[in-house]
Design a protein around this ligand. Structure first.
Ligand code: X90
Length: 276
């Protein structure tokens, strides 16, 4: 049994120790250049170039061949793409699953629609690694990761939603909530896998406080927290400090957004994945 975990680059996890793992890249596309969201992408450079660019920009998801290439060589595969409600990545992974099983009839592939992105996917990947290391069967792992998924959540604070609106991922009305200087939109990944606005907060401190209060009302009482930020390590540290000060000992990790999350969360954006 050769297990493998595969996600797409929206997870911000380029590599994992102790397990066979791959992340298939999405792409960020402007009329000037195309950025492949792989481990070599220079995020600060991409953000700087996007800052000076006012033409059209968008993204594209991995295709079936990209997912198939990542599955190759394994016979027990868990794939965790970005929410199917905002991207075609999950549909491509599902189609790759069909083709892979046709070619390798004894292989097993489970595609878990994350209904989320970034640090919530990261939590799912880490849990999958644990379940594989524990020596559980494919079917047991599938049942347990689905149960765990009901306990994972994503909250975020965005200073701008221009790229989300320009690419039809949120309405312009929602985007306007975050469009004013100093106002951050705090929201969450809904149960259906869409972007759900929760509050408008003035200033960073209030936005972080709103996230913390939402974590508590979702039922957070310690456990794992994964924070991804777009060129905003200070806010990520402050978020971690607030959670530790009021929530006690938790397992918190901070990491920078890769390309896809950087493009949509934009400079200053913060994403917080946690378990309840
Ligand atoms: O297929 C593609 O081109 C990718 C499209 C992705 C669109 C949404 C990315 C969102 C990234 C922004 C804040 C978190 C929103 C979570 C909603 C579930 C991060």
């Amino acid at each position: 049994m050769k297990f493998k975990i595969v996600s797409d680059s929206s997870s911000n996890v380029p590599a994992m120790d102790g397990v066979d793992y791959a992340a298939v890249p999405l792409k960020i596309i402007t009329q000037r250049r195309e950025y492949v969201d792989g481990p070599d992408l220079d995020i600060p450079e991409m953000i700087a170039q996007l800052r000076d660019y006012d033409g059209r920009s968008g993204t594209s998801c991995p295709n079936v061949a990209d997912w198939l290439g990542a599955f190759e060589g394994a016979d027990c595969i868990f794939a965790v793409p970005i929410t199917s409600r905002l991207s075609g990545s999950c549909a491509m992974a599902m189609q790759a699953r069909e083709e892979y099983i046709d070619r390798h009839p004894s292989a097993k592939v489970f595609v878990l629609d994350s209904l989320s992105t970034g640090p919530e996917i990261q939590l799912l990947l880490e849990k999958l690694r644990e379940l594989i290391a524990a020596g559980l069967s494919f079917e047991d792992i599938q049942a347990r990761i689905q149960a765990y998924h009901r306990r994972t959540h994503l909250l975020f604070a965005l200073e701008s939603m221009k790229n989300l609106a320009n690419n039809g991922r949120v309405g312009h009305g929602t985007a306007a909530l975050a469009g004013i200087l100093g106002i951050r939109l705090v929201g969450r990944a809904s149960e259906q896998g869409t972007l759900e606005p929760l509050h408008k907060s003035r200033g960073r401190k209030r936005a972080l406080r709103a996230i913390w209060e939402d974590m508590r009302s979702a039922g957070f009482s310690g456990g794992r927290v994964r924070i991804a930020h777009c060129l905003n390590p200070e806010a990520a540290q402050e978020m971690a400090a607030l959670i530790t000060a009021e929530g006690g000992q938790c397992d918190i990790q901070i990491l920078p957004c890769a390309g896809l999350c950087s493009f949509y969360a934009e400079e200053g954006g913060l994403l917080v994945g946690f378990e309840t």
